[in-house]
Write a protein that binds this ligand. Structure first.
Ligand code: C6P
Length: 419
């Protein structure tokens, strides 16, 4: 079938940049790798791998402690990464950037530290029905500890947009609104600025889960108007084990610490402790220094490529994938049909078990994810136990989508035993 979409430029940024990612060059089960599991984690460019290796070979030391040269270099690298992350998010101040293990820990930090100080029985926390377990379970735990209650913004049908018609009622009397920027299961892009503005007008604190948008598009916490934002380095070409929590300074200053230990104190006696100011108050113990170095290299790399160009490439490949997949008879495709969408397509194929599909696709070199993608309540709402998800980065191409479609056709023939 002829694509209705405009032809891509003769050479896309994907073609130009794929060579920067060593993992993409390999063959899997005798086939060139098609890596379509980027929503789970992205591959890493050589610049990130080199920066981390160089750090361990030349600058390795603990931070904020030593007066020796390596300690000073490590501290400069770690704090330099904080500056880079602040610029990446357009945060007003570097002190508003806390390094964590990733989105999950960032969200748990807010739920634990902010929640403990602010919630009382009966207070409402508003979430959406499309949240990843990382932006659901910490709030459930908090609700159990404090007696707060959870409310949910509904998701509309398979297109997966939020139903905002009852938002005012849901926000009434609430203390906090936490929601994902981009759904990892549907690809829905939520209207962050609008949601934050409406919450702010009602005096409600906002938390944005940017796990799926960081590294995919320019992010600007000032334009979003959020109070907190969480993201992971590993979904934005950085290493695993490092993430960021942005928090508005006044809120961070008023919050108790998350964990206790070295580095987060100014003075300790047997009876008690005085704490550092943010961000150090929230970074107990030796941090992931090499991870921060790798994250900085990743953000520099993304900056050099250009986030608008990255966004455009991901949009193009996603729209193309959605169009090609719609050729399959009876396929159920989730997520927005039109307009902005995240870089993924989730589907259910009639009569094809998602796990079989992913296993057979892998045998032909194609990596996709199947299951509930850590959004089990959403899948309950959609009435499906599992979907098959192809998720894209800017190094993916339309040609890879074509290969994926060919592999799918073959897999379906094998599973159904029909031509
Ligand atoms: N989603 C996926 O395959 P961590 O694991 O902390 O880096 O990120 C958690 C997380 C939070 N929110 C959203 C919207 C996410 O997509 C994720 C991670 C992966 O969809 C792994 S389950």
């Amino acid at each position: 079938m002829q694509s209705r979409l405009a032809s891509p430029p003769t050479t896309s940024i994907a073609d130009a940049l794929r060579g920067d990612f060593p993992a993409l060059a390999q063959r899997i089960n005798g086939h060139p790798l098609v890596y379509f599991d980027n929503a789970a984690t992205t591959q890493k460019p050589r610049a990130v791998l080199d920066a981390m290796r160089r750090h361990y070979e030349e600058d390795n030391a603990n931070v904020h402690r030593g007066v020796h040269t390596l300690g000073n270099r490590a501290t400069a690298a770690y704090e330099g990464a904080r500056d880079r992350a602040a610029a990446f998010l357009n945060a007003p101040a570097r002190e508003e950037i806390i390094f964590t293990r990733g989105t999950t820990e960032s969200l748990n930090l807010v739920a634990t530290a902010w929640g403990a100080a602010h919630l009382k029985p009966g207070d409402a926390i508003v979430l959406t029905e499309m949240e990843h377990h990382s932006n659901l379970v910490p709030w459930q735990l908090l609700a159990r500890r404090t007696g707060a209650v959870l409310r949910f913004i509904p998701v509309l049908g398979d297109e997966g947009r939020l139903d905002l018609t009852g938002l005012d009622a849901l926000l009434r009397g609430a203390r906090l609104l936490a929601f994902t920027h981009i759904s990892n299961a549907l690809g829905t892009v939520n209207p962050v600025a609008e949601l934050c503005e409406r919450a702010r007008a009602a005096g409600i604190v906002t938390v944005v889960d940017a796990a799926q948008s960081a590294g995919h598009m320019p992010l600007d916490v000032r334009a979003m108007g959020c109070d907190f934002l969480a993201c992971s380095g590993h979904k934005a070409c950085g290493p695993t084990g490092i993430g960021v929590l942005y928090g508005r300074r006044e809120l961070l200053e008023a919050m108790p610490p998350y964990q206790g230990g070295g580095e987060m104190i100014t003075r300790v006696t047997f009876e008690g402790a005085e704490y550092q100011a943010p961000p150090h108050k929230f970074e107990a113990g030796t941090p992931n220094i090499a991870g921060a170095v790798g994250l900085r290299a990743a953000l520099d790399y993304l900056g050099q490529v250009g986030l608008p160009a990255i966004h455009a490439q991901i949009q193009d490949v996603t729209a193309y994938a959605r169009e090609r997949l719609s050729e399959f008879r009876g396929i159920r495709i989730f997520g927005p049909r039109e307009g902005a969408r995240g870089g993924l397509v989730s589907v259910v194929l009639p009569g094809v078990h998602a796990l079989d599909l992913a296993t057979l696709a892998d045998q032909q070199g194609v990596a996709i994810r199947v299951g509930h993608h850590c959004t089990q309540p959403l899948h309950d709402r959609l009435g499906v136990p599992a979907t098959a998800r192809a998720s894209f980065s800017f190094y993916n191409t339309r040609a890879e989508v074509d290969r994926f479609v060919t592999v799918l056709e073959r897999v379906i023939r094998m599973l159904k035993g029909s031509p």
